[in-house]
Design a protein around this ligand. Structure first.
Ligand code: ADP
Ligand code: MG
Length: 298
């Protein structure tokens, strides 16, 4: 029995509506690519700066499709044992000890290399799942190329070979999302296999809608001012421009502080919510802070 109500989209508009209902406001290409992915069975590679909604897209898709989300968080040095499966050595050892040397090696071996002694990691879980899942492979750019090659193999066959146990084939087809913050160029082979979605900082009206969704109690005029100011800040040459995540945080902070406007004083006081590098702060305070006091005086 399915765990939740599942949806099968029939158009991009369908997906857009479903994502909105799941608390995610997609751009046009986001809904289209997500729709195609569910139909063509291809993974989506989502690239873009940090904090623009890549991870959240996968979560929202899972909510909308009524599927479980299986997440593999990538990091430097991630290996197959942590991504695919590993043997539960401790349990194997206990079994060997429990048998107390009475059984022959071949018997023991047959025993301790069974499914009971296998620890399934995210890729394996997604492939072996009885119910179709959404598989999120988050921040793939943090791994090395060898890992990417292994992943390619898994994504092309949707099966994993375990020497001691045999082949595990996927029974259901997962919707796969890979995200990348672009810290290194991914291989052409991986890109070829995927549908591509570039997420950038959104247009003003789109970001305003997102901010209002996350901070519904913030006054509409202040929310609009906020996304305008964030837009100005992004135009400067910063080490780390504020993302949607920072806009949402700022909206919540202004709400908490009971701010009635974003004047240069409020701006200076709350600057550290949206800019997080010393040099960036100086630049923003100088350029945008000054502009804000000029508009107030005018
Ligand atoms: N289109 C959107 N609709 C609703 N919320 C969004 C959208 N895009 C981003 N967010 C919100 O912005 C924040 C950052 O998104 P996240 O997915 O963590 O970014 P990324 O994975 O790209 O670094 C989250 O709180 C997320 O809910
Ligand atoms: Mg993320």
């Amino acid at each position: 029995m399915p765990a939740a109500q599942t949806s099968t989209p029939t158009s991009a508009a369908d997906v857009a509506e479903g994502l909105r209902a799941a608390g995610y406001l997609p751009g046009d290409s986001t809904a289209l690519v997500a729709f195609l992915a569910t139909k063509l069975g291809k993974p989506i590679l989502v690239e873009g700066p940090a904090g623009v909604g890549k991870t959240e897209l996968a979560k929202a898709l899972a909510r909308y499709l009524g599927r479980e989300l299986v997440r593999l968080q990538c990091y430097e040095g991630l290996d197959e044992a942590k991504a695919l499966y590993e043997w539960n050595y401790r349990k194997q050892l206990l079994r060997i000890q429990a048998q107390g040397g009475e059984a022959g090696w071949s018997e023991v071996q047959e025993d301790i290399f069974g499914e009971d002694f296998l620890l399934a990691r995210p890729l394996m879980s997604a492939i072996a799942s009885e119910q179709p899942v959404v598989l999120l492979i988050d921040e793939i750019d943090k791994t090395d190329q060898e890992f990417e090659a292994m992943l390619l193999e898994v994504l092309s066959d949707f099966q994993i070979s375990i020497p001691e146990l045999g082949r595990v084939e996927s029974r259901t087809h997962p919707v796969v999302l890979l995200t990348s913050n672009n810290s290194r160029e991914l291989t052409e082979a991986l890109k070829r296999r995927c549908l591509y979605l570039w997420l950038d900082y959104p247009e003003l009206e789109h970001e305003l809608a997102i901010v209002r969704l996350h901070a519904p109690d913030l006054d509409g005029a202040i929310a609009r001012r906020l996304v305008e100011v964030v837009g100005m800040v992004r135009e400067l040459d910063l080490k780390k421009p504020p993302s949607i995540a920072e806009s949402i945080d700022w909206a919540r902070a202004l709400l908490l502080l009971g701010a009635r406007d974003i004047d240069s004083q409020v701006f200076t006081e709350t600057l550290s919510v949206i800019v997080k590098h010393r040099t960036d702060m100086d630049l923003v305070a100088e350029r945008v802070g000054v502009k804000l006091s000029a508009t107030v005086d005018a």
